[in-house]
Design a protein around this ligand. Sequence first.
Ligand SMILES: [Zn+2]
Length: 84
Amino acid sequence: MSEHLPNHDCNNFIKKVFLVLDGELPDNDRKLFIQDIERCKGCLEHYDIEKSFKDFINAKFDRKSCSKELKKEIITKISQLQAT
Ligand SMILES: [Zn+2]
């Protein structure tokens, strides 16, 4: 439990997912974002991207690069759900 985190907002969370995928979230925000993931696993589960997204984040944080295929896969899954 952390008191310093902003309120979790599921819609805002998905926006941040896109920022992270694009590498546009600053390092500091990324740390908060990771904590946010832990707080609302429902978000990732809902979009069925929990595993792929964590792989993506781990890979990105380690190597500062990401797999285009994984990024595409995550975006496709989110878009499909948002379209319905
Ligand atoms: Zn959520």
